[in-house]
Design a protein around this ligand. Structure first.
Ligand SMILES: *[C@@H]1O[C@H](CO)[C@@H](O)[C@H](O)[C@H]1NC(C)=O
Ligand SMILES: *[C@@H]1O[C@H](CO)[C@@H](O)[C@H](O)[C@H]1NC(C)=O
Ligand SMILES: *[C@@H]1O[C@H](CO)[C@@H](O)[C@H](O)[C@H]1NC(C)=O
Ligand SMILES: *[C@@H]1O[C@H](CO)[C@@H](O)[C@H](O)[C@H]1NC(C)=O
Ligand SMILES: *[C@@H]1O[C@H](CO)[C@@H](O)[C@H](O)[C@H]1NC(C)=O
Ligand SMILES: [Zn+2]
Length: 493
């Protein structure tokens, strides 16, 4: 590109940040990486297939508006509210979601299940009496790999400032009718298609009362684990309707935050794994981080259709807060949380009221349905891409005897290299036609380079493992790539 055009673009970006500039930001533009890579190619985000582009166009902002409006109309969706009424309370919301999911799946050819995943929550903290907690679920079984699953969640319960007030108005428009609208739109569009792995769409209850263990999502994650599903991702959408009166700018309106936990949260991984992460400096390479990177890359590759940039935040959630993805992390599944770029605390958990001319409350009027539509498309692009790609590779190791010190005098000088060697299992996944090694300088957070190594289970590269972070990912026939996997240090390949 001629210099004057570059200069013009830079000026344009600085003076008038265009949507394109915002979307592309500084993703994948590392120029001065250290150490200088001698091999591989700069990573280019994978592009959306034609089928995926068609599906993205089917996401309907009017249906999203209708879902959020209908859910707000139930007055409260508090988990302890009535389940006896057909017009208000959480029972009415549950039944409406169920019947709508059923109707939306009706045009599919009987390959879709719509069901309630319920349990009785006994009296406990924040549950003064026992209550039937029901998740409403649509499931499409994978055509090739049905036991591998991807789960999108959002909670349909709502709350007021007083968590125990289950009778007052709790509209919960942004938190989290918007997330439920995302889940229901994805279900509607995907039930008409045939994903290779299983996709699960769940509206959950009990999130506000007890996201740690005593919640619908905890029951769902346990149910899926007990049923033997290999859940390779949870997309949790909670507060995804950036309000029209929040202090958002043209930039924030085209950004969604994705929170990804390190291996240290929650404290459930084995002591050995935690030690590996701390000794080898892998705190930015958890399965949740690699799922988040995957979502960010898909969004960058489909930026034109999505008009949304994913900002990956390297913490489990906003500080001191949490949500349904914690339930999936607790079962050992990679899980991330989508939340709007800027929250407005005057319109979250607040009792609806006007004070000194200020309107408080999580009301419909503060939701931007176009924003929620972009969030839905970002979810759809990444979830569909994962569900049609091969599984993440298994048994990925990095050899500690290649590129290592000599232990005696008979080691030959030509073997004393800085090389890195990797190996992984092959043959168990009919979808994998090849593998890629990806890497980045240790101080960067996005993958910067990749090397396609073909359909084999090992590769040795002239790159120093001390200065780079690596991942291995599988590549499918359709050139769809799995999220990357962090290699475990092993004695030798
Ligand atoms: C989907 O898979 C589950 C688990 O194997 C099975 O119980 C269910 O009947 C399947 N649904 C359809 C529609 O095939
Ligand atoms: C909870 O309520 C749902 C909806 O009425 C019902 O289908 C389910 O059987 C109930 N669950 C239990 C455990 O009672
Ligand atoms: C985390 O787990 C380790 C053992 O794996 C334990 O020693 C430590 O007390 C735990 N920390 C917390 C905060 O639970
Ligand atoms: C010397 O070290 C190499 C590895 O560095 C090892 O393969 C070899 O067995 C060692 N030889 C002796 C005699 O210990
Ligand atoms: C190790 O890497 C450095 C630069 O990163 C290079 O100068 C040196 O030649 C390498 N050593 C071997 C044995 O390849
Ligand atoms: Zn919420």
């Amino acid at each position: 590109m001629p210099n004057e055009i570059v200069a013009m673009l830079v000026t344009t970006f600085l003076l008038f940040p265009t949507t394109d500039a915002v979307l592309h930001g500084n993703v994948y533009t590392h120029k001065d990486t250290w150490p200088s890579p001698a091999i591989g190619s700069p990573l280019r985000p994978q592009r959306p297939s034609l089928e995926l582009q068609e599906m993205l166009a089917e996401i309907d902002p009017e249906r999203i508006e209708h879902t959020v409006t209908t859910l707000v109309g139930f007055r409260t969706r508090h988990t302890l509210s009535t389940q006896e009424s057909s017009t208000e309370g959480i029972g009415a919301a549950r039944d409406w979601i169920y019947h709508t999911m059923k109707a939306n799946a009706g045009t599919s050819d009987g390959t879709v299940d719509v069901y309630l995943n319920s349990y009785i929550q006994e009296a406990a903290e924040f549950y003064p009496f026992s209550v039937n907690v029901s998740n409403v679920v649509t499931q499409v079984n994978g055509t090739v790999d049905p036991s591998r699953a991807y789960v999108v969640t959002a909670h349909y319960d709502s709350r007021r400032l007083d968590l125990m007030d289950f009778t007052g108005d709790a509209p919960g428009a942004d938190d989290d009718a918007t997330g439920v609208a995302v889940v229901m739109e994805l279900a509607r569009v995907m039930t008409k298609r045939k994903p290779k792995a299983t996709v699960v769409f769940a509206a959950t209850a009990g999130e506000e009362q007890g996201y740690q263990g005593a919640s619908g999502s905890a029951h769902l994650a346990r149910t899926l684990r007990h049923a033997g599903y290999d859940v390779q991702g949870n997309w949790n959408n909670d507060i995804v309707g950036t309000g029209k009166n929040t202090p958002f700018s043209a930039v924030n309106d085209f950004i969604v935050r994705v929170f990804g936990a390190s291996i240290y949260y929650p404290n459930t991984s084995s002591a050995q794994l935690r030690e590996q992460y701390s000794v080898f400096g892998d705190w930015n390479d958890s399965p949740a981080h690699n799922l988040g990177r995957f979502i960010r890359e898909i969004a960058a590759g489909a930026a034109r259709a999505l008009r949304m940039r994913v900002e990956l935040v390297y913490r489990p959630d906003r500080m001191g807060r949490g949500g349904d993805h914690y339930s999936f992390l607790a079962e050992g599944f990679p899980a991330v949380r989508f939340t709007e770029s800027v929250e407005d605390f005057a319109h979250q958990h607040q009792d609806p009221r006007v004070e000194n001319g200020v309107q408080f409350g999580d009301l419909l009027e503060f939701v931007d349905f176009e924003y929620t539509t972009r969030v839905a498309r970002t979810n759809l692009a990444s979830m569909w891409s994962a569900a049609n790609a091969p599984s993440t590779p298994r048994n990925v190791g990095i050899s500690m005897s290649v590129g290592a010190l000599a232990s005696n005098r008979s080691a030959r000088v030509e073997d004393l290299s800085n090389k890195s060697q990797f190996c992984w299992a092959t043959g168990h996944d009919s979808l994998a036609v090849g593998y890629e090694l990806v890497w980045r300088p240790s101080g960067s957070l996005d993958w910067t380079h990749y090397l396609n190594v073909g359909h084999r289970g090992t590769v040795t590269v002239d790159l120093p493992k001390d200065d780079l972070q690596f991942g291995v990912r599988a590549v499918g026939k359709n050139n769809m790539k799995s999220p990357a996997v962090l290699p475990v240090p092993i004695d030798s390949c």
